[in-house]
Design a protein around this ligand. Sequence first.
Ligand code: FDA
Length: 303
Amino acid sequence: MLRAALLGAAGNRGLARFVTKHGRSFGAYRFVAGETLDEFMRVVASTNAAGMRVAAGLLGEDVTDRAAAIAVAREYEGVLDRFATARSNANVALKLTHLGLAIDRDLAASNVEAVVRHAAPSGNFVRIDMEQSAHTSTTLAIYRGLRARGLDNTGTVLQAYLYRSEADLESLLDLSPNLRLVKGAYLEPAAVAYPHKRDVDKAYVRLIETSLQRGGFTAIATHDDAVIEHSIDFIASKGVREGTYEFQMLYGVRPKLQADVVRRGHPLRIAVPFGSQWYPYFIRRLAERPANVAFLLSSMWRG
Ligand code: FDA
């Protein structure tokens, strides 16, 4: 109920304006590494110093203006340049709706291709996040298009809550894909997604096992202790090679668990978002855990 109400609020423009205006007092900075590239780079340096890799995410989605979508691509290229100069252990993850998918599929495709090409000379990598199910087929088609043009420094995401994801994984295996596997963060109808969490969790483990054994590179992106433990056991028992997997978590979520995974010798990448348009991202993080709403209310109370 609360999850549905919060995810519904993610699209409310009036609420977005109000919450964005009072950002810091709403506690959003727990999940966001500031609004500027300099603030963000400081978090990248401290995250790397703690033995963790970074995936940068420029906050924003659903861009409806061509020039703005092109500007986002240039901004990502600027982030990649900063990583190369600072020798950061960091790559980028982007959303196709931020690059203009809602305006024109070809615009988003050419924008993401430009960023992927820009990343290649410095040996860097670009992941295409997965958004609402209405965009899944297009996102996978754009990913396949990039790979067909020889751009291998890119990957995408599969969401366990979608019924289709296991078939999608099968159909991608011939590409030896670099996939981030997640449970799924959007509000989806039962026609396309498992309504019960236990079914999502089971499907998630199936995806992880298939990808670890038959995929190219598997990013296990979760804060779920049971799934992490299962994956660690599976990696050891099946002899999954080092360099073919990593764990991923979100900036500000379960920091003790993050430190624990690193301490146990497993590679971990932290997805670190930054920028001024943090509202829908923030709401999705609240929806993942009711206790976060209590945290939000107490931060508002403290001012
Ligand atoms: P689950 O929700 O079962 O939580 C496991 C444990 O972690 C619980 O104890 C829970 O309370 C705690 N926890 C989870 N989220 C928390 C939060 N926000 N704050 C505090 N505690 C929390 N989704 C998507 O649809 N497309 C995408 O491209 C991505 N990309 C992505 C990248 C990375 C690096 C991560 C970690 C996640 C995503 N996601 C995503 C989000 C993903 O789909 C999912 O919504 C969240 O990871 C939460 O689910 P968990 O797997 O953590 O499990």
